[in-house]
Design a binder for this molecule. Structure first.
Ligand SMILES: Cc1ncc(COP(=O)(O)O)c(C=O)c1O
Length: 482
């Protein structure tokens, strides 16, 4: 990466001051930046980023699980955007079409699993989730049923607009905004680490499906419009589905007439080593939400992909999905997404993940000897390390200890050591690692080379914490977490 200063750069401190005065950061305690410098990212190349202070970082989080092709394609994608700007800078998808939206819809339909053939464009993930819930409600209404509820999973994140937030299962970011949109129920996620020892995968799957069925029945199946789940749940730390899980979820949805939505905002476009998680786990969703990787985050574009089954009542005379977004299918955003998909195919980005995912896991697995690393889980280029106080008992941290470890120690130390990844405490404390999909063995080694000494130091700090005698669960006992 070039180290020459950005032309006309006003200087890092001046930028920081201006940010402090005017820029409202997302999910950020802004007072923190009175104590430490706000990082200002000024450019990127490959898997790396550079700050206004000239420091280089490995982006172990692909932006926000989004920059599939890395940061070096601005030139080519910029040309596609500029060409579209010259030809048609904007027009709407309300009653009109334009070539890029049509081409992109066709391209998405060709990549998504069979039966998912229609694409409604949005500006991002939360809008895709909103659009899914709304179309599910209207689909049932069109068939003469009044179903409005959604079922999501504990700790799952689906976005922050009111509908998406209502589906999100993280109390800490919901409670300030209650009452939320009626009505959402949350079921157990696929966190296996905290299940009783000796429980088989089949038993685990059966327990999860029982929980879902019980919830559907207690809500009243005739009121439930949609079940929405990520193929691999991000929040809580890369919870992969056990064998048979999604087949069971599909069967329950079919039995009770509920639509199944796969939230593929993160897992879509190669992150799991297949184009979609729905393909990898044979989910057969009725609806699929996309965003992030669709454009490698070079544009703010998302999509709701709709199955033939769900589309059917809307194709009848006088029927209309009563929903629209000014920027949905924006021609410049669509041109960018099309170029991204062309690059992904040309460079065989999904194949790169499929070929290297075992090596990625093996490299991360070298960290599991550390006393603080309780669990390594995930798939593709989508991993989490769960941190524990005591590996033998799986004892976790009190909320103060967890906060101190993640926010006061790990986030800062990892960043200082040159790695951007997420130390996340939305469930049990985890380090999330999810690099751009161009990453190779050199990238994996760099990630682990930074993680190891920082986690070693964290292990030493944690060794001094009091133990509260947590105990390992054995089959038959109930996990606190599910
Ligand atoms: C699974 C999932 N759904 C929806 C969203 C919301 O996407 P956006 O931030 O683009 O609104 C996210 C964002 O991280 C997500 O991870």
């Amino acid at each position: 990466m070039s180290t020459t200063p950005i032309p006309n750069h006003a200087g890092a401190d001046a930028l920081r001051q201006s940010a402090a005065d005017h820029l409202w950061l997302h999910f950020t305690q802004m007072a923190d930046f009175k104590k430490r410098d706000l990082p200002i990212i000024v450019r990127g190349e490959g898997c790396h980023l550079e700050t206004a202070d000239g420091k280089r970082y490995l982006d172990g989080l692909a932006g926000l699980f989004a920059v599939q092709i890395g940061y070096s394609h601005g030139e080519e994608i910029g040309e596609a955007a500029a060409a579209q700007m010259r030809e048609l800078p904007y027009y709407t998808n309300w009653n009109y079409a334009h070539p890029r939206a049509i081409e992109l819809a066709q391209e998405i339909a060709s990549l998504t699993p069979d039966g998912l053939n229609r694409v409604f464009f949005t500006s991002g993930g939360a809008e895709s989730v909103e659009s899914a819930w709304k179309i599910a409600r209207q689909y049932h209404a069109a068939r003469g049923e009044n179903r409005w509820k959604a079922i999501g999973r504990d700790i799952a994140y689906h976005g922050t607009t009111m509908g998406a937030l209502s589906i999100t299962g993280i109390p800490a970011i919901r409670s300030q905004f209650e009452p939320l949109v009626p009505q959402v129920a949350h079921v157990r996620n696929t966190d296996r680490y905290h299940r009783p020892e000796g429980e088989t995968e089949e038993q685990f799957t059966a327990m999860l499906l029982d929980d879902l069925e019980h919830r559907i029945l207690s809500e009243g199946p005739e009121t439930v419009a949609m079940v929405i789940m990520e193929p691999v749940q991000n929040s809580g730390g890369a919870f992969t589905p056990p064998k048979g899980y999604f087949q069971g979820v599909r069967a329950l949805c079919d039995e009770y007439g509920i639509l199944l939505c796969a939230d593929e905002v993160i897992t879509g476009y190669g992150r799991l080593g297949a184009w979609f998680g729905s393909e990898k786990y044979d989910i057969k969703p009725d609806l699929m939400t996309n965003a992030k990787g669709l454009s490698s985050a070079y544009a703010s574009i998302g999509a709701l992909v709709i199955s033939d089954k769900v589309a059917e009542p809307f194709l009848k005379e006088d029927a209309m999905y009563a929903h629209g977004i000014t920027f949905g299918g924006h021609p410049v955003q669509a041109a960018i997404a099309l170029k991204n998909l062309e690059i992904m195919k040309r460079l065989d980005i999904v194949g790169n993940v499929a070929r290297n995912q075992d090596a990625f896991r093996d490299t991360l697995a070298t960290l599991t000897d550390l006393p603080i690393v309780g669990d390594l889980r995930g798939t593709g280029y989508f991993y989490a390390l769960e941190l524990v106080k005591d590996k033998d008992t799986k004892e976790g941290f009190t909320s103060e200890e967890g906060k101190d470890l993640l926010q006061n120690f790990l986030s800062d130390h990892l960043f200082e050591a040159g790695l951007i990844c997420r130390a996340d405490d939305r469930g049990e404390p985890v380090i999330q690692v999810s690099p751009p999909l161009i990453a190779d063995q050199g990238t994996f080694d760099e990630i682990v080379g930074i993680l190891r000494p920082v986690l070693e130091e964290a292990s030493e700090r944690v060794a001094k914490l009091p133990r509260h005698g947590g105990h390992k669960l054995v089959a038959g006992e109930q996990s606190a977490l599910g």
